[in-house]
Design a protein around this ligand. Structure first.
Ligand code: GDP
Length: 195
């Protein structure tokens, strides 16, 4: 599929505002600052599809981008700004759980984590959730350019080993800065969308 054709479709503050629950979609999740907006922009070849460096505390929306008829990329709100009030975090969790558990159109989840700080509590939670929901999960170790090639490879292999027991979980290196890992990500998305 040509992910460069993706364009903004709509925003939703909760499940009931999402587009019709039909067709196929892949959701992108990550802790705030993991590089999710940059990765979505890199994948789609746009420098403004997803908004980077969002202001903490801003209304958190689920953003839908359509690639072609019935094929969507979904940008889930970033998680974990320290300054967000507790009530808002609860609200976030409520809407995310709702979305993740009840969205039949969802065929896979892409989880982004900064290669320098992988597998934080949030990431572990998303991993556990997708494994128990039998939802395919693809992990992007982002900002891979921040490490020397050997160190990045080592980090990748370590995580691969840890995740080997989960057949539906895969992991790769990614860098928006160097534009590396884009083809590998596209192939994974194709695999999910075209299955
Ligand atoms: P989001 O909060 O997950 O959407 O993260 P952003 O995409 O806004 O990125 C957070 C910060 O990391 C920004 O300052 C980006 O410029 C930086 N960043 C994102 N991707 C990369 C990358 O591949 N390499 C490097 N070196 N920095 C990156």
């Amino acid at each position: 599929l040509n992910y460069r054709q993706a364009s903004f479709y709509k925003s939703a503050a909760k499940l009931s505002q999402c587009p019709e629950n039909e067709g196929r979609e892949v959701a992108f999740a990550g802790r705030s600052n993991a590089g999710k907006s940059s990765a979505l922009n890199t994948l789609t070849g746009s420098n403004k599809l997803a908004r980077t460096s969002k202001t903490p505390g801003r209304t958190q929306l689920i953003n839908f981008f359509d690639v072609q008829d019935g094929v969507f990329l979904v940008d889930l709100p970033g998680y974990g700004y320290a300054k967000v009030p507790e009530a808002m975090k609860k609200e976030w969790q409520h809407h995310m759980t709702d979305y993740l558990e009840r969205r039949e159109a969802l065929v896979g989840l892409v989880l982004l984590m900064d290669i320098r700080h992988p597998m934080k509590e949030f990431d572990q939670m998303m991993l556990n959730w997708s494994v128990s929901a039998n939802l395919p999960l693809h992990i992007l170790l982002t900002k891979a350019d921040k490490l020397k090639q050997g160190a990045a490879k080592q980090e990748l292999n370590k995580l691969k080993q840890d995740l080997a027991r989960f057949p539906l979980v895969s992991v790769q290196l990614f860098s928006s800065l160097k534009k590396t890992g884009v083809d590998q990500l596209s192939m994974k998305l194709d695999e999910w969308f075209l299955a």
